[in-house]
Design a protein around this ligand. Structure first.
Ligand code: SF4
Length: 338
């Protein structure tokens, strides 16, 4: 049986259930790298120049941790999923960069996804990927259709039930289809809309920053411990993200514009008590998009906004202090009805 390594970084949080289904249906075994550690970041950072963005260093650290544990590493090139909207350039060259800086990396399974080249091109790319496992085209087609359905269910669990990716991954592994009753009763989650009585804080940023607990010092856990309801971009539908993003920024050229600008605008207009923007040192797109949301929040003056910049040396105490001050301010506003 062929072992496929999947780094627990970058696109993992968006697509892991889909990838796992595809490979397992074709007879592969999926191996995931362990959660991020300090040593992983150091090993990834040692392979690239210092001003490379933190998430790419983390990704490389995860790849290194998979050496010797798998036959192949899956590193897709997802260029574009919407007409004329492209992923950050770091994603476009990820397989080549990984092979260049980690020469001992296991062979890379790459698939190029670019909607601008037409669906036929995407089908061909998926078929080529499937041929590593079987020459039976219908088996590859069936695995890709099942994988796509799992992805839709995964998105449904997040956007319709207010789950974050780790919860949705757990939900998707327990049920074949997104079963509303199961989700409400077993997962104890209500809906994706802000609750009126509880304090709601929206976190905006890339999934690989919001859900990597080591990088963000367990931010979601800390907020939930403080009785806060956490809202994230994944809890919104694509339509909600897109319409809010267009409203604030017009046409965006980066895929992640919707996660930051769209989610920021949506939660500014829909009842979040505060917004925390999570970004990272060395990210060009974020420095523009997060600033757009910050300025919008300043103009509206209805929702406090705070940004947290993560980098290798971000101290936990610094995050905790800023978080406590932000929550204090929000509680005072709520009590004072301001
Ligand atoms: S969007 Fe920013 S953080 Fe993400 S890979 Fe690109 S440069 Fe790095």
């Amino acid at each position: 049986m062929m072992n496929i390594g999947i780094p627990r970084a970058l696109l993992y949080y968006q697509y892991f259930p889909m990838w796992k289904t595809f490979f397992e249906e074709l007879g592969g075994e999926v191996v995931i790298s362990p959660p991020t550690t300090k040593a992983m970041i150091a090993s990834g950072a040692s392979r690239v120049v210092a001003d490379t963005c933190l998430p790419v260093k983390v990704f490389l650290g995860h790849v290194i941790s998979l050496i010797g544990k798998c036959d192949y590493i899956f590193i897709p090139t997802i260029r574009s999923l919407k007409s004329n909207i492209y992923n950050c350039s770091k994603f476009l060259g990820l397989p080549d960069m990984t092979k260049a800086v980690i020469t001992e990396c296991p062979p890379v399974l790459d698939v190029i996804i670019d909607i601008n080249k037409g669906m036929r091109n995407i089908y061909r790319a998926i078929d080529k990927l499937g041929r590593y496992f079987t020459r039976d085209t219908s088996k590859v087609k069936s695995a890709s259709l099942d994988a796509w359905q799992v992805h839709l269910n995964y998105r449904h669990l997040m956007s319709n039930h207010g789950l974050i990716p780790p919860q949705a991954m757990e939900g998707i592994s327990s049920i074949d289809k997104a079963d509303d009753t199961y989700v409400r009763t077993e997962m104890g989650i209500n809906s994706g809309n802000p609750a009126s009585t509880q304090t709601n804080i929206a976190l905006i940023g890339h999934p690989y920053l919001l859900y990597d607990e080591y990088l963000n010092h367990r931010l979601i856990h800390r907020l939930e411990q403080a009785g806060i309801r956490v809202l994230t971009p994944e809890m919104l539908t694509s339509d909600e993200l897109e319409s809010a993003s267009v409203k604030l920024a017009g046409t965006t050229y980066w895929t992640y514009g919707e996660e930051v600008v769209g989610a920021g605008e949506h939660y500014l207009q829909n009842g979040a008590d505060g917004i925390i923007g999570i970004l990272t040192f060395g990210c060009g797109p974020d420095s523009l998009m997060m600033e757009m949301v910050r300025r919008r929040a300043n103009r509206l003056r209805t929702t406090p906004f705070m940004s947290l910049v993560l980098e290798e040396h971000t101290a936990e105490t610094g995050i905790i202090t800023r978080l406590e001050a932000f929550l204090d301010m929000i509680n005072r506003r709520k009590r004072g009805g301001q």
